[in-house]
Each structure stands twice: as C-alpha cells, then as structure tokens.
Design a protein around this ligand. Structure first.
Ligand code: TRP
Length: 325
C-alpha cells in the first residue's frame, strides 16, 4: 500500500514562518516526492475557539492563500474542509462509542487548551474533538500524519479507535503513525516560541515594511558581539536562527559573520534574509489573490475528492458493522 499523508490546520489566522519551517516546508517536500497528500482545513475543530469562529470564511480564504503561496500545488495535493464532508463526520458516532470519558479527560493537549481558554465553560466539542480528529485521519485511511509534538495524544487516540474498531468489527483501518517534524523551533521576535497570540510572529503574508518593523522591534541584548546561544541569549539567537533557516546555513557561522557589528547589523541582515526568502511566496500570493474564485475552486475540488474517499470508507464501515439496509 502506498502512503497516504493526512495533515492540516485549524483555520485560526495567518500562517507564519514558524508554521513554514515547522510543517509547511515538509509538506512541500512530501509533495515533491510524490506522496498522496491530503490537507485538512479543520473548520469544525476550530469551533473550540469562539473568537476565531466568527470570521471563518475570511480566515479560510487566507489559509488557502498561505498554502498556495507556500508551494502546495492543487494539482498534486488535496485540500478540503472537514465540514464539507458528511461521511467523514458520520464516522464520529461509532468512533465515540469506542473511547471512554476518562480517556477523553486525560488528553494532555485538551487539558492544556482548557486551562488556557478564556471561556467560562468547557464545551462537549472540546473533549470530543480528538475523536473527530481520528475521523479526519481515518476517513481516507491516512497512515502518515506529520504533526507537532502537541498533536501526539490525538494520534494515540486515533490508533486506539482504529485498533478497537478493527477488533470489534473486522479490519478496516490502518494504524496511522505520527511523523514528528525535526525542524528546530523557530523563536519569534521576543525570543519565545513564534506564535500569533504572542504578537511575535512574522506572517507569510507580511509586507517587506511590516517585516522590517517587526524585526526592528525584536528583543536583543547589550552585548555587541553576536553569538548563537539560545539558552543564554534567546533574543539574539532567535534572529540568528531566522537568518540561518532562511539562508539554509549553520547559525554559528551566521553569528560569526556578524561578529562585533552588533544587534543593529544583525537586524538588518535578518530583515534582508526574510524579505528575500519570502519574495517568491509574496509573488505567488499576489497572483492567486487576484482571483479568489479560483482559490475557492481549489477547495471545492478538494472537497469533492474528500467526499469520494469518505463515502467509500463509510460504506466499508457500514458493511463491517452490519448496518447496510
Ligand atoms: N489539531 C490540529 C491543530 O490544531 C489540526 C488538525 C485537525 C489535524 N485535524 C487534523 C492535524 C488531522 C493532523 C491531522 O493544528
């Protein structure tokens, strides 16, 4: 069986360089290698976050543009929204019967999200979305799932659901593997992990001026001699790391080259490096943005293919469960 790669994102806002070096770059590479790649826009899962859910159409358009700008090729990769695939969502019901409430309550990523959410009460979706994510992965029999570390508990639940389903009803699903990205964590402009909510992120859609402004405002320190030492000098090292990633170089070598020229020189170098790196993405984004109809058509075609895959899997599930009437 050839690999089917399933991965995706909640549409929460513009993707940034942390996403690029963390996952998008990987996806483009897998696509280049000819993997059958399915990318999910998790527009139901995002309902766990009320603020974002209000601007979904706009956010999804932006996410599609980010994907296309980053190099996902709609001829090679299927991009779809899980809300548009009824048979995928129907898998949720038998899957929910296969996990216990304590298992759901133990999920460390969900616990963490509940702790950080500003909502006064926890919705049923919050506890059950990892099972919905199992449906996201299993509807197309995805067997490789490139994700970050925080998603590993969800992959575990997916494997549990697949295993229990197969044991109870007969072999239908593969047991998917999580594919952890080996990319170094990219610090944002304050030296902490790059994240939209921290305001330290450089969006893939940032203009050259916005990029320059963000980097000018980055946290550095008083030592003029530039070194790469993430533990002791998170701010300076984050900028060095950024240059290194954009130029595909060793960060120590980048730091040594700047040497005694100080933080101002480092910031100029970083601004130039990022702007040069983002230039082709900006160009692609601008071209696609002129024709939003064509961008939405990419999603429509993706939804169509996802529905075909989901219908087929649901038919197998019904046959296995003995519910074909
Ligand atoms: N939970 C993922 C995130 O928050 C998004 C997601 C939804 C996903 N369904 C998925 C990722 C299936 C991988 C596979 O980023």
């Amino acid at each position: 069986m050839t690999d089917r790669v399933l991965t995706g994102d909640r549409p929460t806002g513009p993707l940034h360089l942390g996403h690029y070096f963390g996952t998008l770059r990987n996806r483009v590479e897998l696509q280049r290698q000819g993997a059958d790649m399915v990318v999910i826009v998790a527009d139901y899962q995002v309902l766990t976050d009320r603020d974002v859910a209000e601007r979904l159409r706009e956010t999804v358009d932006g996410l599609l543009l980010d994907y296309l700008a980053a190099g996902l090729d709609p001829e090679a990769t299927t991009v779809f929204a899980h809300s548009a695939v009824p048979a995928l969502n129907q898998l949720l019901l038998p899957f929910l019967s296969l996990v216990s409430v304590p298992e759901l309550q133990r999920n460390p990523t969900v616990k963490d999200e509940i702790q950080h959410s500003r909502q006064s009460s926890v919705s049923g979706l919050m506890f059950t979305y990892p099972v919905h994510q199992a449906a996201d992965i299993l509807f197309c029999k995805g067997n490789l799932v490139p994700v970050g570390q925080d998603q590993m508990p969800h992959i575990e639940i997916t494997r549990t659901v697949a295993r229990r389903f197969n044991e109870r009803y007969g072999p239908v699903f593969p047991l998917p593997e999580g594919l952890l990205s080996v990319a170094p964590v990219l610090p944002g402009t304050d030296g902490r992990k790059m994240s939209k909510s921290r305001g330290n992120a450089i969006a893939l859609s940032a203009t050259p001026d916005e990029t320059a402004r963000l980097i000018r405002g980055a946290t550095t320190d008083a030592d003029r001699h530039i070194t790469f030492d993430p533990g002791l000098r998170p701010g300076v090292s984050g900028l060095v790391q950024l240059v290194a990633l954009c130029q595909d170089r060793d960060p120590h070598e980048v730091a040594a080259e700047i040497g005694d020229a100080g933080a101002a020189a480092l910031k100029r170098t970083a601004t130039d490096a990022v702007n040069e790196f983002l230039a082709p993405m900006r160009e692609r984004r601008a071209a696609y943005a002129k024709d939003l109809g064509a961008v939405r058509e990419v999603l429509r075609r993706g939804n169509e293919r996802a529905n075909e895959l989901a219908d087929q899997t649901l038919a197998e599930v019904r046959a296995a469960m003995g519910t074909v009437y």
